[in-house]
Design a protein. Structure first.
Length: 273
């Protein structure tokens, strides 16, 4: 049989907690192949974690995806597992973190609450480390082939918590969008696709100029480019990022830091002569 794949995404940082979760998984599923999507999600930023998981899952084998960005740990928020239509299981808190990825994997086939304590870590359960005590062991048991129904009772999919998920709107010759994620380079990933920008303003050609508002003050003049190397260092560009969505960046610089941009900031784009 092929070795099962378990992925991990957390805001734990590079120190002990992430390694402990890997150890718990391997104790239960000794043959598991663990793929670290990342552990440097901005602290408590559920939306950032949801975006990164959404970006990653199409490129991962069918498997179990354990995600923990959980500022509500220890409260009455549910611990859940979602079975996607592609066949993946997503395990984590019911705070919206898992939903975009599940929908990108074909949608939610079934969701269940993690109430079977036989699948939790055998020692006492902490009120602050459910990644170790609940999510990692349940994910590991699913990776060994444990039936999905064993994790606990069904939760109606329509009752699961959903995050606000910005979208792009084309109208009257402009595109209204928002900053969905800021990466480690300071590049701003926007809601929407290049096709949304084309719908609003026509064909996109390298060097085409746009007027862009990202908050108060005068607009930026930016150009559409295929890649960073087509602009001089420091120039501002709109481009299609590696996940197919619209992005805004300064070439070899940090536009988010320069302009004080943050996730959720509305962005308006118009054509410029």
């Amino acid at each position: 049989m092929e070795r099962p794949v378990v992925t991990l995404l957390t805001d734990f940082g590079p120190d002990g907690p992430a390694a402990i979760c890997r150890g718990v998984i391997l104790t239960i599923a000794r043959d598991a192949q663990i793929v670290d999507i990342g552990h440097n999600v901005r602290k408590f930023a559920i939306g950032d974690g949801a975006f990164l998981l959404w970006c990653a899952v199409p490129y991962l084998p069918v498997g179990v995806h354990v995600a923990v960005v959980d500022p509500g740990v220890g409260t009455d928020r549910l611990a859940i597992a979602i079975l996607s239509e592609r066949g993946d299981a997503l395990v984590g808190p019911d705070n919206g973190l898992l939903i975009p990825a599940a929908e990108r994997l074909g949608g939610i086939r079934e969701a269940r609450a993690l109430e079977n304590r036989d699948l939790w870590l055998a020692s006492a359960t902490s009120s602050t480390f459910h990644g170790r005590d609940i999510f990692a062991p349940v994910g590991a048991h699913l990776a060994t082939g444990r039936p999905f129904a064993d994790v606990g009772p069904i939760v109606p999919a329509e009752t699961l918590v959903r995050l606000p998920w910005p979208s792009a709107s084309a109208h009257d010759g402009e595109l209204d969008t928002a900053i969905r994620y800021i990466d480690s380079f300071g590049n701003c990933r926007l809601a929407g696709l290049p096709s949304d920008l084309e719908q609003a303003m026509g064909t996109l050609e390298s060097g085409r100029r746009f007027r862009l508002w990202a908050g108060e003050g005068a607009p930026l003049i930016v150009t559409w480019q295929r890649t960073f190397g087509e602009t001089p260092p420091g120039a501002t560009l709109l481009y299609e990022d590696s996940f197919g969505t619209l992005s805004l960046a300064d070439n070899q610089a940090n536009i988010a830091e320069r302009l004080g941009l943050e996730v959720g900031r509305p962005v308006r784009i118009q054509s410029a002569a």
